[in-house]
Write a new protein. Structure first.
Length: 256
C-alpha cells in the first residue's frame, strides 16, 4: 500500500496482518482502502472474530464491531459484512460505494466454483503467477467442480496453463493446455498448446531450480522468436518481461 491515507480515527498500536496480501493495516481507513481495491479477493476467511476484535480493541470502534458480530451470527454473507465496514467508516465516496456494492452483490450470487475462479483470475491478471497456480489447483480440487460444465473446467485448466507459462514452466503449461483443449474445444487453447510444444522443442523451458544464466538465454531466444508476444495479456513483450521478472521469479518460485 503505497498511497498516503488520511486517518481520522484511531491508529492501531498493533496492526492487523492480512497474510494473503502480506499487508499490515493500522487503521479503519486502511482497511477500507484494502477492501475497495481488492473486491475480488474478499472471502469469508477474513470475516473472522480476529478482525472484529482488532476493530473493537485496537481502533475503539465498538459499535461497528457489534454490527459485524451480528452479521456473523445471522450468517450474513460477504456483501453484508464488507459493506457494513465501508458504510460505517465514511471513508468511501458515493461513487466508490456504488461500485463496491455492485461488485460484492455480484460475487454473492456466484457459485463457490465461480467465485474462486474470479479470485484466481485476479491473481493471473496481476501477474502473481504462483498465487494463481495455487488458487487454480484448489479450484480444480473442489467437490463442486463435478457440477460444472466441461467447458468451465477446461477454461480453468487453460488459465492454469497461462500461469505456468508466466513462470516459463512450459512443460506444466503444455500439460494444462492439452487437458483444457479436450474440454473447452477452444482454438486459443489449441494455439497456446502448439506454442508451448514449439518452445519446448527449441529448448526454451525452465524449472524452478534454474539459475540466473537461464534468463540471459531466454532473453536472447526471445529476441529471435518475436511471435511469443502473441500471448495476449501475458507476454506484451517477452524481452522486457524477462528483464523485469528476475526478482519476481525468485519470489514466486518460493511460494510454490
Amino acid at each position: 500500500m503505497s498511497e498516503l491515507i488520511l486517518c481520522r480515527g484511531e491508529v492501531a498500536a498493533t496492526p492487523f496482518y492480512i497474510e494473503s496480501a502480506e499487508l499490515n493495516l493500522y487503521s479503519l481507513e486502511e482497511l477500507c482502502y484494502y477492501i475497495e481495491h481488492n473486491l475480488y479477493m474478499l472471502d469469508r476467511e477474513l470475516m473472522a472474530e480476529e478482525l472484529i476484535a482488532w476493530i473493537e480493541h485496537e481502533l475503539s470502534e465498538n459499535e461497528l464491531a457489534s454490527r459485524l458480530r451480528q452479521v456473523r451470527r445471522s450468517e450474513g454473507g460477504v456483501y453484508q459484512f464488507y459493506m457494513t465496514i465501508l458504510i460505517a467508516s465514511g471513508y468511501s465516496g458515493k461513487k466508490e460505494l456504488e461500485h463496491c456494492d455492485e461488485v460484492l452483490k455480484g460475487l454473492q450470487n456466484k457459485s463457490v466454483f465461480e467465485a474462486r475462479k474470479i479470485r484466481a483470475d485476479y491473481y493471473l491478471t496481476k501477474e502473481l503467477y504462483a498465487r494463481a497456480i495455487t488458487e487454480y489447483r484448489l479450484l480444480l480440487a473442489l467437490p463442486e467442480r463435478t457440477a460444472e460444465p466441461e467447458e468451465a473446467v477446461g477454461n480453468v485448466l487453460h488459465n492454469l496453463g497461462c500461469a505456468y507459462a508466466g513462470l516459463f514452466l512450459f512443460e506444466e503449461a503444455e500439460e494444462c493446455f492439452f487437458s483444457a483443449a479436450a474440454k473447452n474445444q477452444s482454438l486459443e487453447t489449441e494455439r497456446l498448446l502448439s506454442l508451448c510444444r514449439e518452445y519446448r522443442s527449441s529448448g526454451f523451458d525452465l524449472s524452478l531450480t534454474e539459475k540466473d544464466e537461464e534468463y540471459e538465454k531466454a532473453l536472447s531466444l526471445a529476441e529471435e522468436r518475436k511471435k511469443l508476444r502473441d500471448m495476449e495479456g501475458f507476454y506484451d513483450a517477452l524481452s522486457d518481461l524477462i528483464k523485469s521478472y528476475k526478482k519476481e521469479y525468485r519470489k514466486n518460485s518460493q511460494v510454490i
